[in-house]
Ligand binder design. Structure first.
Ligand SMILES: [Zn+2]
Length: 649
């Protein structure tokens, strides 16, 4: 595959500034990086995925003072919040670096000393408009109405002696480098933005802060009256995490580094950073190192999330609450939504309503239903096809061909960090398999003894499709992918190179998997949501349905084989029922009307095709029919015996 020339992949997120708790913005960058790292590992690459926290500077010192603790105590606490969050989200980082770690300070000081010795750093005086929020000076051109363009707060003129990095000397070099290497910054318009900055004279960069003003930083090795400017310190984490030049990790991963960043930090990463690397002799590109990526220290730049427009919950008012939705809907649904919703590099709107729509439509309906019906049919029908030689048709081959095509399309999309496109490709495959099931009608084949060979071929094709989904979905919805692999008995570590279409794959290893993504009920809130309420039936009246509507309800005779109370619930019983060959669990609100032991052996009527729902921690797969009037409740019973699984109409 052309996009992975030597299988070594080093991906970084920015290190997050610990003055704010982890929120949607941090989580997006980190989840994107995690999806990419997982995808590369799936392809067999040697991946090094780095994240961490940025812990120095004015704001941390001030916050610590306010909290009445030492800066290091605050830093430990706030950094841990990030690590805990990433662990809760299942982020598979290989290293988590903190700028207050000795391993980092050591490398920063070594690089500063080397630059100082080479006269790349000089002592000078500078006066200018300073923003304390940004911890940087602003040039006249950047100032908007006398205010910081970021904070909209007034700037303060300060003059002080500091150390400066001769960044201006690299202006022409950097302009040419960006022009000659379009791959350095993607998407392309961010490269154009950087070239725009470079049309103005580039200033030298103040790389120190006097200790009289700020103590909380890495001391300059050549003048202990100063600490290192927080950006100069922070950027070097990408190097310090690998050790020094000479360290085997550094030699292996550094030439392949790619930085994932949000567009708000384009300038430090696109201007300061390449100049720093060039001056320090750390820029490894195809001209200096045959193992390096052409166009060094690639930046992959993403856009912003905007909030608003949510109808279900108006409470999602900020980026911290948005991240908390992972607890409500699960990591997979959250990951899927943000990867699917935002075209990489552009801005997108986040709303709980849109998340729930994607969850219900793409995950519960398209994917969840396919997995549920395919595993159910394999479990129910495999035994009867034993011994029948599979009779393949063109439709089966078409699905196998699509596996290969989807794989190539996903690979091409991921090479460009086009997560949305990769998911569109996978869901187009899921749609094709759903249509294949509808056309092949395995449930009809199962009733015809002459069609057992055909049925065997269809079930094998479905097994292969599920095995493929269990692998290719791993970077995007890792928990669901693992459950799919377990359901089809694929115990191998997931890898893109794993074959999925072995004819020998054992159907007896397949287990039924339903409720992969339970649907979220949006009816309650839809009724309150305005325009759409007009189309809903009037409360209290029962709308008429057609015979076709009624036929969509799959009513069956079921035998209760076990019944027990649901812990901590007064009303609920957990029932194990038999539906023909199949055994299922369902939850019924009948505990106040029936004793569990009086139910075992009874035959009842159930809705068999109800979306699974979880009640008091028990997943219910269906509903028992009962009538009620006032305080009396009665289960529907048969007045003649019928086998369990028999259809009711
Ligand atoms: Zn500012």
């Amino acid at each position: 595959m052309s996009s992975r020339s030597d299988g070594v992949f080093y991906l970084t997120t920015p290190i997050y500034y610990i003055n704010a708790p982890p929120h949607l913005g941090h989580a997006y960058t980190t989840i994107v990086a995690d999806a990419m790292a997982r995808y590369r590992r799936l392809g067999g690459d040697d991946v090094h995925f780095l994240t961490g926290t940025d812990e120095h500077g004015d704001k941390i010192a001030q916050a610590a003072q306010k909290a009445g603790v030492a800066p290091q105590v605050l830093a430990d606490r706030n950094s841990k919040a990030f690590r805990d969050e990433w662990d809760a989200l299942g982020i598979t980082y290989d290293d988590f670096i903190r700028t207050t770690e000795p391993r980092h300070a050591k490398v920063v000081q070594a690089i500063l000393q080397a630059l100082f010795d080479k006269d790349e750093i000089y002592f000078g005086k500078y006066g200018g408009q300073y923003c304390y929020g940004c911890e940087r000076f602003y040039t006249e051109k950047e100032i908007v109405d006398g205010k910081c363009p970021d904070h909209q707060t007034p700037l303060v003129y300060i003059e002080e002696e500091n150390y400066f990095f001769r960044m201006s000397a690299y202006q022409d070099w950097l302009r040419r480098y960006l022009e000659d290497h379009p791959e350095v910054v993607q998407p392309d318009r961010f490269r154009n933005e950087l070239l725009g900055f470079l049309r103005e004279p580039l200033q030298d960069l103040s790389i120190s802060r006097p200790k009289s003003r700020l103590q909380w930083g890495i001391p300059l090795p050549f003048d202990d009256r100063f600490v290192t400017y927080v950006w100069f310190d922070a950027l070097l984490n990408y190097v310090s995490a690998l050790g020094d030049p000479g360290d085997p990790r550094f030699e292996r991963y550094w030439p392949r580094v790619q930085h994932l960043i949000g567009k708000d930090i384009l300038k430090p990463h696109g201007i300061y950073w390449p100049c720093m690397l060039k001056a320090a002799g750390l820029l490894r590109d195809e001209a200096t190192d045959p193992a390096a990526l052409p166009g060094f220290a690639r930046l992959r730049v993403h856009g912003y999330w905007t909030l608003g427009g949510g109808k279900i919950s108006k409470s999602v008012g900020n980026v911290v609450e948005a991240l908390a939705l992972t607890r409500k809907y699960g990591n997979d649904a959250f990951r899927y939504f943000i990867l699917r919703e935002m075209p990489f590099g552009q801005d997108a709107n986040f709303s709980e309503e849109a998340l729930v729509e994607r969850l219900n439509a793409d995950l519960a309906n398209d994917l969840g239903n396919l997995v549920s019906r395919a595993t159910t049919m394999i479990v129910n029908f495999s035994a009867q096809t034993a011994g029948a030689a599979p009779t393949s048709e063109a439709a089966d081959d078409a699905i196998r061909t699509l596996v290969g095509e989807a794989g190539r399309a996903v690979e091409a999309a991921m090479a460009e960090f086009a997560f949305q496109r990769a998911l569109v490709e996978i869901w187009s495959f899921i749609g094709a398999v759903n249509r294949y099931v509808d056309a092949a009608r395995p449930w009809a084949l199962a009733k015809d003894l002459a069609q057992q060979g055909r049925l065997a071929a269809v079930l094998a094709t479905l097994g292969a499709a599920l095995r493929y989904l269990g692998i290719v979905l791993e970077p995007f919805v890792p928990d669901a992918a693992a459950r799919i692999r377990a359901a089809v008995g694929d115990a191998r570590p997931p890898a893109l190179g794993n074959t999925v279409a072995e004819p020998g794959a054992d159907p007896r290893a397949v287990q039924r998997l339903s409720g992969l993504f339970p649907r979220v009920d949006t009816k309650a809130s839809a009724a309150a949501a305005g325009p759409s309420a007009a189309a809903a039936p009037v409360e209290g009246a029962t709308a008429r349905i057609t015979i076709d509507d009624f036929k969509r309800v799959d009513l069956r005779v079921a035998e209760i084989v076990a019944a027990e109370p649901v812990p901590k619930s007064k009303k609920l019983l957990k029932l194990t029922i038999r539906l023909g060959e199949e055994s299922r669990t369902l939850v019924a609100g009948i505990a106040e009307h029936y004793r569990p032991d009086a139910l075992v052996g009874r035959k009842v009527v159930v809705v068999a095709n109800l979306e699974p729902a979880t009640l008091m921690g028990v997943t219910s797969n269906g509903m028992v029919l009962a009538g009620s009037a006032g305080e009396t409740l009665a289960l529907l019973a048969l007045d003649r015996d019928l086998p369990s699984g028999a259809k009711v109409r």
